[in-house]
Design a protein around this ligand. Structure first.
Ligand code: AMP
Length: 249
């Protein structure tokens, strides 16, 4: 069974993102980019399934600019077997990415497609769900445990106040939550090995997909600055201030 894993190149999660002068979006000039953290978890899960003998091949896919090849090399260093970059300079929105992935699902026929539950740059939380709908596959989102056996995936999902267990018939789409696993540390020998693994570059046209954006971002604004807090000497003063100043008591 093949596993297809979607990995997105995003602003590194440690970077404090700034908004551009004209409020048109985040300023990405000279900003460190990395693999979306949920996608690292997706690659780790796929590689563990291959190591356990459940899967035979892990294919990492990214859609985006040429530099997304670096992100794919990281996926290969974690342990993916080969990679595909769908190269495009267009602003790729979730529906476009879902259509590209659907075309690859048709071509590669994976038993499982694993995506992150959300990309930390656009926070859309849409691509996996759209892919499942387009490819007519069962889906389990926000997975915290995945067990694959006998043509089925048993997935625990994180839901408000608890967990839900689903059984899906393969092929299926799974999106990862934070607690699914802890991705391994990428070692230097594996980074070197990853350089020799196959990385194919194709274009959206090769998959017959129109990736023209459907949505236009009107404005992006930073959250309002929080005013500094004050220290009070005792509970009596606190209660007094809550009554007279904050007027919440
Ligand atoms: P989103 O729906 O944008 O929050 O993204 C959810 C997941 O879809 C991500 O965690 C990735 O696994 C996948 N994804 C989104 N955009 C891309 C992309 N450009 N290339 C590869 N995978 C992507």
């Amino acid at each position: 069974m093949k596993i297809l894993v979607a990995v997105k190149r995003v602003v590194d999660y440690n970077v404090k993102v700034r908004v551009k002068f004209d409020d048109s979006g985040a300023d990405l000039a000279n900003v460190k980019m990395s693999m979306n953290p949920f996608d690292e978890i997706a690659v780790e899960e796929a590689v563990r399934l291959r190591e356990a003998g459940v899967a035979t091949e892990v294919i990492a896919v990214s859609a985006g600019v040429t530099q997304a090849q670096e992100t794919l090399r990281t996926a290969l260093a974690i342990g993916a077997d080969r990679a595909i970059l769908i190269e495009s300079g267009e602003d790729l929105q979730p529906l476009a990415v879902a259509k590209l992935l659907k075309a690859l699902v048709d071509k590669e026929q994976p038993g499982l497609v694993i995506l992150g539950k959300q990309a930390i740059d656009d926070d859309s939380n849409q691509t996996g769900q759209m892919l499942a709908a387009l490819a007519n596959l069962p889906q389990a989102t926000f997975a915290s445990k995945v067990v694959v056996a006998d043509g089925k995936a048993t997935v625990s999902r994180e839901v408000d106040g608890g967990a839900e267990m689903l059984s899906l018939t393969l092929p299926a789409v799974v999106t990862t939550d934070l607690r699914l696993n802890e991705p391994r540390y990428v070692t230097l020998p594996n980074i070197m090995k990853a350089k020799k693994k196959p990385l194919e570059v194709i274009k959206p046209e090769d998959l017959g997909v129109d990736v023209t954006p459907r949505l236009k971002t009107l404005k992006v604004v930073e959250p309002p600055k929080r005013s500094a807090g004050v220290k009070v000497p005792d509970v009596k003063t606190l209660v007094e201030k809550l009554k007279t100043e904050a007027k919440v008591l």
